[in-house]
Write a protein that binds this ligand. Sequence first.
Ligand SMILES: [Zn+2]
Length: 283
Amino acid sequence: MVAAVFITAALTHCINHLHKPENVPGIRVSFIDVGQGDAILVQSGVCSMLIDCGEEESASDVIHTLKSHHIRHLDYVLGTHPHSDHMGAMARILDAFETDEILVSPVPEELVPEDAFYLNMLETARKKGIPITQVSAGQSFDIGSAKVEILAPVVDGDDLNNCSVCTLITLGEVSFLLTGDAETDEEQSMLDSGELSGVSVYKAGHHGSKTSSGEDFLEAIHPDAAVISCGVGNSFAHPRDETISRLMKYTDNIFRTDLCGTITIESDGSTFAVRTERSVYDN
Ligand SMILES: [Zn+2]
């Protein structure tokens, strides 16, 4: 268990006011409110990685958030899996920011989408000469002083959710487990690989769906805090009550983008602090 501080503040206001430098001491992970979807900005030192970017209509919000953090360049843009609520805005992100490398999941040929958002992403990457690299379990790289380990996919998924790239990002004693839309099958493959242990922050898989965050998986990762990225009144009824109940066996610190807006977690490697765009009591 890592000591944590939970603060609610007007996030955007603070950032504009303080003119935070681009050089982030420790690590900052921002779960950007993109409604029903995922968009996660990871910063450490002068390095940054964007994991997913929401639907195409969220592009302006994501671009605005990145610019508010003085980002002009992204070391990595990682698409967990090619669904539009994760990669819909990617072509516009690649247009707006100089990007070194795109990381994607290995997707079986029969599952590769032909949707416009995906083809636009490929075309923008080609035009700008950005390499696209498939990543899977066992690979690792650094973002500033933080280590990024790819925990999944371990095996080919039989649907796109279970092809999600799952990352464990660690700085000192503090860790973030981000599992895209991984469901029970992919969670089981991570359990089988024996690589899971306690984490500080868990981004609940698939927006808090009942088919993710299984009991055995949560028992292995024992999160100190959880983040759920989902839209207000979404048609999937995410997050599901049973998922919240399962999470609450481990932590009462559950932050939801539909209630809190953008959620920002900063750490020096020994403790972490959570800031939210708005208080749940504002809703
Ligand atoms: Zn999704």
